[in-house]
Design a protein around this ligand. Structure first.
Ligand code: AMP
Length: 387
């Protein structure tokens, strides 16, 4: 069955109103759509761009009725919105991604079990349902390992790297204090050479668009920068794209997905995580691709043809984290940045600066990737570090 195309003027709902929601709303508005944003945080950036705003908790029954009566289709920008709400919405309108996929991806254990059941490579893992099971998992996998909460947790929160038996004791004590019913996944620690990610867009007819493999560098669990394209052999880049495509097809995913991968020197590429939405590592698509990840999200949500994916220039995307944003908002600093050729500044308009909070990003483009890296490095050296 072909999905009817939602015409410009239709109202697209987005669950979550952070910067990803704001960038989705900007793309939607440019394409003639209106946006209804639901985020309990009144200061969430996407509210400023919304035709309809909802700021109640996601559990509010009145808002869900109102939201459903206004929107023609719904998407999300945050995978931890209640799957139950998405299930309720999908009985009333088009909902991308579906609640079934959301349930699988919201839980790291279910996600890894799904992928390994489809022979898609992931790090070896074990499930831990109580503190006392941690040691069994460690003995089975061997140190070092990474222990992660099954649900929630992002930017390295709710995660511990265990390198020694004393680390095991410390984490055992932490798990022992968790609420009952909590589960964890313990993974073999992968000494990766680099982390890669690939965006995949897939529609209801199974048509796909795959973006190039890019390279992500993290600091303290938070994405520091993304190098576009990744400096890997063509064959590895193709394998990464292929693996990402296979994973999204296996899920029968409809929407925009970001597949994060570990690249090691010897072993196969491994899938670390799949996000059922546009991703921070795909922000470069706004400045250097024919069609951005957000425009693709609008297209797939509206049943429009998917956009051609063509990389127009190498680039480096640098996140502005917490206090770092102060380094670009003075008149002097932002004029220096605007004088840098190929620099594109994106500020998210968040009123409060908090440690670790993503406040904006800068994309540096240049004819050669190494030039973009050099300019980005000079810029990072000027950033205000937290005191
Ligand atoms: P995640 O929330 O699962 O994406 O993990 C956040 C970051 O922790 C990843 O981007 C990696 O840098 C690191 N990490 C996660 N899992 C592993 C692993 N199994 N081995 C090594 N590093 C990991």
């Amino acid at each position: 069955m072909t999905t009817p195309i939602l015409e410009p003027g239709s109202i697209l709902g987005v669950l979550g109103g952070g910067q990803l929601g704001a960038m989705f709303a900007t793309a939607a508005r440019r394409m003639g759509y209106r946006v209804a944003v639901w985020d309990p945080d009144r200061d969430a950036p996407a509210h400023q761009l919304a035709a309809h705003s909802y700021t109640t908790p996601f559990s509010d029954p009145t808002s869900r009725e109102r939201f459903a009566s206004v929107v023609h289709a719904v998407t999300l920008e945050w995978e931890n919105v209640p799957a139950e709400l998405c299930g309720w919405l999908e009985e009333r309108c088009r909902m991308l991604p579906t609640s079934t996929i959301l349930r699988t991806l919201q839980d790291r254990i279910e996600q890894k079990q799904f992928l390994s059941s489809r022979q898609l490579s992931v790090p070896s893992f074990a499930v831990v349902e109580s503190a006392s099971q941690l040691i069994t998992a460690v003995n089975r996998l061997g140190l070092p390992v990474v222990c992660k909460t099954a649900k929630s947790g992002y930017d390295g929160k709710g995660q511990w790297v265990l390198r020694s038996h004393s680390d095991v004791k410390v984490v055992e004590a932490i798990l022992g204090q968790a609420e009952s019913g909590q589960r964890w996944i313990v993974e073999q620690f992968i000494a990766f050479t680099r982390e890669l990610s690939v965006l995949v867009v897939r529609n209801e007819r199974g048509e796909c668009r795959v973006y190039p493999a890019v390279e992500n560098r993290h600091e303290q669990g938070i994405l520091r920068d993304t190098l576009v394209p990744a400096s890997i052999a063509v064959g590895v880049a193709e394998q990464a794209q292929d693996l990402a495509l296979q994973a999204v097809a296996a899920l029968q995913g409809i929407g925009v997905f970001c597949v994060e991968l570990f690249h090691t020197e010897e072993g196969p590429l491994l899938i670390n995580e799949i996000a059922p939405r546009p991703h921070n590592s795909g922000h470069y698509t706004l400045d250097v691709c024919t069609v951005s990840q957000f425009e693709q999200q609008v297209r797939v949500t509206c049943g429009l043809p998917l956009g051609e994916v063509r990389l127009l220039s190498p680039a480096v995307m640098v996140n502005l984290i917490g206090e770092e944003v102060r380094s670009v908002i003075s008149a002097e600093a932002c004029s220096a940045l605007y004088s840098t050729s190929g620099a594109a500044l994106h500020l998210y308009g968040k009123p409060m600066i908090r440690p670790g909070r993503k406040m904006g990003h800068v994309t540096f483009t240049a004819p050669q990737r190494e030039m973009a890296i050099a300019t980005a490095q000079q810029f990072v050296a000027t950033l205000k570090k937290p005191v």
